[in-house]
Write a protein that binds this ligand. Structure first.
Ligand code: ZN
Ligand code: ZN
Length: 610
C-alpha cells in the first residue's frame, strides 16, 4: 500500500519542467501566459494526430457521482462514484438527530442503492475519522462486505466501532502519498489539514476521468504536526486535468483565511503562563494534535494530566497504541481520582463536554455530580471548541453553571483557544484556482453553503452550466462534455437508528412521538358482551402526560359518558365490529377533548369482546 515513488514529488521538479515547456512554446509561437486547459490540449492533439492515433486514445468512460448524504446538511457524508459497472464509496458518516427526531440515536444514509448494486461495490475510501465521515460504516458493513481504506487514526476509530458492533471487515491502512487500486479505480491519497490527524483528500482516476474530493480541509501553513497540505500535488493535478471537483463548503461564508492551529498554541501558552490554578480544558476528543499540545504545555509547567470522559479516554488509548504520544512519558498521566491529592497548580484535566453534552464529564462537574472532580472558585475552565450549530443553548447552560461556581471560564469567543478545521473563502479560492476542474459539485454543507460555494466558483471563472448544486439521492451523470443531473436517482432519505432498530422508525412513528411529547396519551378500555353488544363494565380511562387525573375527575367523568354515548349510538346502528367501534370512540373522544382542553393527545381505544 505504501508508495515510495511519490517521494520524488517533494522535489520541485515540476517548476523546472514547466519552465522548459513554456520557453519552448514562446519560441514557436506567442501562446500567451495562459496555462493551456487540459481539454484544449486534447483537442489540439486530436487534430494533429493521425486517425489511427486518435482511435488509440482511450475515450473517457461515462460515469455518475451519486451523493447519498452530506448535501444540504452537515453530516452523514457518503458519495458514490460509478463507472464501468463498478462503484467506489467515499466516506460513510452519520448525522446527529434533529430536535424533532424524538428518541432517535443517530441518522445514517439510505443504503438502498448500495443494496441494489451490491456486486458493483469495490470498496470504501475514508477521508478522515470524524463521525460525519465514519459513523455509518458499521451499518454499511451489515449490508455489504466491502474493503475499507483509511488512515491509521481513522482506521483505529473504525476498528473500535466495528468491535462494538461485533463485525469485522477487510481493512487497508493508507497514508498521504499512497496510490492504490480499488477495483478499476486508481486512488491517490493527498495530505490535507483539518481538526483531526491524518486527514486526506483523494484524487481518483477511472475510465480516463479524474475526480478530486477534498474531504474536510483547511490550508494550515503551520499545523501542529508539521504536515502542511500538499498544495503542490493539487497544482499538478490541475495541470494534468481534473474532470470534477467535490469540495468542502462548511466555511464558505467566512471571509479570509481560517487561522492556523498555531494561534491556539499561543493562547494556550498564555493561559498556562498566567495561571497557578487548576486548569480544565474541554475539547473534541478527536483533535489529537491539540490535545497533545495541552499535554506538552502542562509538562512544561510541571503539571500532571488527568483525562475525563469515555470518548477522551478511548482516543488517548488509541493514540498511545498508534504511537502518536510516543514522546510523552506515561508518568505524566494520573488517574482522575488522584487529582485530589495534588496541588492545583500541578494539575491539568482534559475532558469531554465541550458541546454541553448532558452526560459528559464537564457537564457533570458543572452540575456537581462528577465523582472525582469538585469545581472550586478560581479553577480555570477552557472551552477549546465552538458550539456546533444547534448546541449553543446547552453549552450556554453549562457556562452559566460554571459562572455560578465562580470558575474562570475561557471561551473561544474571548480568546483564540479554538480555530475551525474548515477552509474559509480565500483557501477555497486557492484550491479552485489550483485544480481548475471542468465540473464542480459543492459538497459538505447546508443548502446556503452549497449555493455560496457555487457562486464562489463562478466568480473565479467557472462556467455556471458546469456547477451542480445537488440533493442527496440525485446523480450527476457525466459523459464527456455532456453533464446532467438525474433528479431523485435513488433514495437520499434519512434512515433513523433507534437502539437496535435501523430504519423502523419512519415519519409516522416520529409524528406519534411528537404528539405524545406535546399532548400525552389517553387509553380507553371497554369490555363488551359479544352476544348482546352491551357494555360489561364502566369504560376505564388512563392517561399519561395529558392531565393529572386526580385533579380532573370532572373532565374524566364527562369523557366516560362520551364513551357511553358512542357505544350506545353504535349499538343502535348495529355497527359493532371492533375497528368501526374503535374509530367511532377515537373520533368522538378527540372532538370532546379538543373542545374542552384545546389539546390533541394520542387516543387509543382498547376493545375487549367477552
Ligand atoms: Zn471533519
Ligand atoms: Zn465533516
Amino acid at each position: 500500500m505504501t508508495n515510495t515513488e511519490n517521494k520524488s514529488n517533494k522535489k520541485p521538479k515540476r517548476a523546472n519542467t514547466k519552465k522548459k515547456v513554456s520557453a519552448a512554446s514562446t519560441k514557436k509561437k506567442a501562446v500567451g501566459n495562459k496555462r493551456p486547459k487540459p481539454l484544449n490540449t486534447n483537442k489540439k492533439a486530436a487534430i494533429k494526430n493521425t486517425k489511427k492515433e486518435t482511435n488509440k486514445k482511450p475515450e473517457k468512460a461515462p460515469f455518475k457521482v451519486i451523493p447519498l448524504g452530506g448535501l444540504k446538511e452537515i453530516g452523514k457524508n457518503c458519495t458514490l462514484i460509478e463507472c464501468n459497472n463498478e462503484i467506489l464509496i467515499i466516506d460513510c458518516g452519520l448525522a446527529f438527530p434533529e430536535y424533532e427526531m424524538f428518541g432517535i440515536d443517530i441518522v445514517i444514509p439510505d443504503f438502498t442503492y448500495i443494496r441494489e448494486n451490491m456486486e458493483k461495490i469495490k470498496g470504501l475510501i475514508v477521508t478522515h475519522g470524524h463521525e460525519d465521515h465514519i459513523g455509518g460504516i458499521p451499518y454499511l458493513l451489515q449490508e455489504v462486505q466491502v474493503p475499507v481504506y483509511a488512515s491509521p487514526l481513522a482506521m483505529g476509530m473504525i476498528d473500535h466501532k466495528l468491535e462494538e458492533h461485533y463485525i469485522s471487515c477487510e481493512r487497508h491502512v493508507i497514508k498521504a502519498g499512497d496510490k492504490f487500486n480499488v477495483g478499476s479505480f486508481s486512488v491517490e491519497a493527498i495530505q490535507t489539514n483539518h481538526s483531526i490527524a491524518d486527514s486526506l483528500a483523494f484524487a481518483v482516476k477511472f475510465g480516463g476521468n479524474t475526480l478530486v474530493h477534498t474531504g474536510d480541509f483547511k490550508v494550515d501553513y503551520a499545523p501542529l504536526d508539521g504536515k502542511v497540505i500538499d498544495l503542490n500535488r493539487f497544482s499538478r493535478l490541475g495541470d494534468e486535468g481534473v474532470d470534477i471537483l467535490l469540495c468542502d463548503s462548511t466555511n464558505v461564508n467566512r471571509k479570509g483565511f481560517t487561522p492556523s492551529e498555531a494561534v491556539v498554541r499561543k493562547s494556550i501558552d498564555d493561559i498556562f503562563n498566567n495561571n497557578d490554578a487548576r486548569i480544565i480544558i474541554a475539547t473534541f476528543a478527536s483533535n489529537l494534535h491539540r490535545i497533545k499540545y495541552f499535554i506538552e504545555a502542562s509538562m512544561k509547567h510541571h503539571r500532571r494530566i488527568a483525562v475525563s470522559g469515555r470518548s477522551m479516554e478511548n482516543v488517548m488509548a488509541l493514540s498511545r497504541q498508534l504511537g502518536y504520544l510516543d514522546d510523552i512519558p506515561e508518568s505524566v498521566f494520573i488517574n482522575i481520582g488522584e487529582t485530589k491529592n495534588i496541588a492545583d497548580r500541578n494539575i491539568t484535566i482534559i475532558t469531554t463536554g465541550s458541546q454541553g453534552e448532558p452526560m459528559s464529564a464537564l457537564t457533570r462537574m458543572a452540575n456537581d455530580n462528577h465523582k472525582s472532580v469538585k469545581l472550586k472558585k478560581n479553577d480555570v475552565v477552557v472551552f477549546s471548541s465552538s458550539p456546533i450549530p444547534g448546541n449553543e443553548k446547552v453549552v450556554s447552560q453549562v457556562v452559566n453553571k460554571l459562572y455560578e461556581k465562580e470558575v474562570e471560564v475561557v471561551l473561544a469567543s474571548s480568546m483564540d483557544v479554538h480555530v475551525s478545521g474548515h477552509a474559509s473563502q480565500e483557501e477555497l479560492k486557492l484550491i479552485h484556482t489550483l485544480i481548475r476542474p471542468k465540473y464542480f459539485m459543492p459538497a459538505h454543507g447546508e443548502y446556503r453553503h452549497l449555493i455560496e460555494h457555487a457562486k464562489l466558483s463562478v466568480s473565479l471563472g467557472q462556467s455556471k452550466s458546469r456547477v451542480f448544486v445537488m440533493s442527496n439521492g440525485d446523480a450527476l451523470s457525466i459523459n464527456g462534455s455532456k453533464a446532467e443531473v438525474l433528479k431523485k436517482y435513488t433514495s437520499g432519505e434519512d434512515v433513523m437508528v433507534d437502539g437496535y432498530g435501523i430504519g423502523d422508525v419512519g415519519s409516522v412513528v416520529l409524528k406519534d412521538r411528537k404528539t405524545l411529547s406535546q399532548s400525552g396519551l389517553i387509553t380507553i378500555s371497554v369490555a363488551i358482551d359479544q352476544a348482546t353488544g352491551s357494555l360489561m363494565a364502566e369504560p376505564k380511562l388512563s392517561t399519561r402526560g395529558f392531565v393529572y387525573v386526580e385533579e380532573n375527575m370532572e373532565l374524566i367523568n364527562e369523557a366516560i359518558s362520551v364513551v357511553y354515548n358512542t357505544i350506545g349510538r353504535s349499538t343502535s346502528k348495529g355497527a359493532l365490529d371492533e375497528s368501526s367501534l374503535s374509530r367511532a370512540i377515537k373520533s368522538d373522544m378527540k372532538a370532546f377533548i379538543y373542545k374542552e382542553t384545546k389539546r390533541n393527545p394520542v387516543i387509543i381505544p382498547v376493545i375487549l369482546y367477552v
